[in-house]
Design a protein around this ligand. Sequence first.
Ligand SMILES: O=C(O)CCC(=O)C(=O)O
Length: 259
Amino acid sequence: MTPEEKFMFDLEGYLVVRNVLSKEEVDQCNEVADRIAREQFEIYRDDGLKLARNITLWDPCVQSLIDHPKIIPYLIELLGPSIHFDQDYCIFLDKGGSKGPLHAGTMKSKTELLPFFYTYRDGIMRNGLTTLVYALTPVRKGDGGFCCIPGSHKSNFQLDIPEDVMYFRRPAHYVVQPELEPGDLIIFTEATVHGTMPWTANHERRSFLFKYNPGNTVSWANYYNIDDYDHLTENQKRMMMPPGSHGPKKPPRLEVIAP
Ligand SMILES: O=C(O)CCC(=O)C(=O)O
């Protein structure tokens, strides 16, 4: 991560990294999606939302995104050397589709302790659940899709965001929707308030989401089973270990190997 990227992530709670996937990698993922996605959608809503979980089982090219060499330095910088792969899914949207309103942040639940946080101390950024969104189709200004409130990971007034803004009934200048080319990546901490604006473009939004935690925390209750996968890399195996840091039954979590 460059000093400017660290500055931007600390300032805004999210970052757009351009050209993480090559054209060949994007084409491969789109070809797999064309071939497989339709039978896999767990959610296929009339409004245009299509969502499937465990897309890393679709094809080796999707599995390879778990520890893509270009993302490992970002994960280590933001989560520390021990990383837990929490969950993966795709969000495809047809015109009119949306996954949901603005949500997450650090204070959205008054009762539940969420594993969403952002802190900085002694030169180290520490994040809870951190999400990578790969764009497989273009996202232009006003198309909708991923949006967030930059800087909200540090806001002390998250509970005061008005409901009509949360539900996109009233546009607010502090909600941004990044423009993306296929192969671009958004990295954000779930401590940043974010959501999915209704999709307005004629083409399909295709995005793959990969979520990670520090090695001793978890968000999604279903852990990965390494027996479901062929040819896991060493880093993939390490990141798929159940979360935790101590305990007699637990094999020592090994640090992710930097490329
Ligand atoms: O549309 C997006 O990329 C955001 C998705 C999201 O916030 C979620 O799945 O919880």
